[in-house]
Design a protein around this ligand. Structure first.
Ligand code: FNR
Length: 184
């Protein structure tokens, strides 16, 4: 049976470059793997009362089940104010609760960060890694995946323009799969 890797893009924006990268890599899964985008669009801000008072939003249930069903996770994150966007932190928080039932536990992860500038969301990439340590998600160390000047990489239809970028992403995906296969 195929292993399934969940792809989470840390942006709600319709024209999000993170979503475009997430979409581009779904077609790069090698044989024996399926890449599946897990959307974050309908998740209300986490409130512990929802869990404590047994009135959990349907969208939390669906999201937790979607993450539970995958074997690993690739995070595609932009950077907001040198950290991860709230929407991605919110998703991490929702998946981590109720206490003792985290859906993230043990799932091998990779962080692909991107930015319209040259720093490639380095700050977000490393802040995300801090949470992944606590969530007990072993995370690929090398290669680090930094995507700079992201605005230049896609045409109007949202397709990657250059073979060089496709090769870069495919190599990053291949490295993750090779590492995943050792870790799992
Ligand atoms: C940004 N942006 C940004 N970029 C960056 O490289 N470092 C940063 O710290 C920030 N901070 C930041 C804060 C906020 C509130 C916004 C809205 C934007 C710019 C950001 O990289 C750009 O808007 C991306 O296009 C966002 O990612 P998506 O939506 O294209 O995936």
């Amino acid at each position: 049976m195929s292993k399934v890797i969940g792809i989470l893009a840390g942006s709600l924006r319709k024209e999000s470059f993170s979503k475009k990268i997430a979409k581009a890599i779904t077609s790069m899964a090698p044989e024996g793997f399926e890449f599946k985008i897990i959307p974050l669009d309908d998740l209300p801000v986490y409130n512990q009362d929802f869990d404590d008072e047994n009135r959990v939003p349907d969208s939390y249930v669906a999201f937790r089940n979607a993450v539970r069903a995958v074997d690993g996770v690739i995070f595609v994150t932009p950077e907001y104010n040198r950290s991860i966007p709230g929407v991605l932190k919110n998703a991490l928080d929702i998946g981590s609760r109720p206490y003792g039932s985290s859906v993230w536990n043990g799932k091998p992860a990779a962080v692909f960060s991107n930015s319209p500038g040259n720093l490639s969301a380095f700050g977000a990439n490393h802040h995300l890694r801090q949470s992944l340590v606590f969530l007990n998600m072993p995370t690929m160390q090398q290669p680090e995946v930094y995507i700079a000047q992201v605005k230049e990489l896609f045409d109007e239809s949202g397709t990657l323009k250059s073979g060089e970028t496709k090769d870069f992403l495919q190599k990053a995906v291949n490295a993750y799969i090779a590492w995943f296969t050792k870790v799992i």
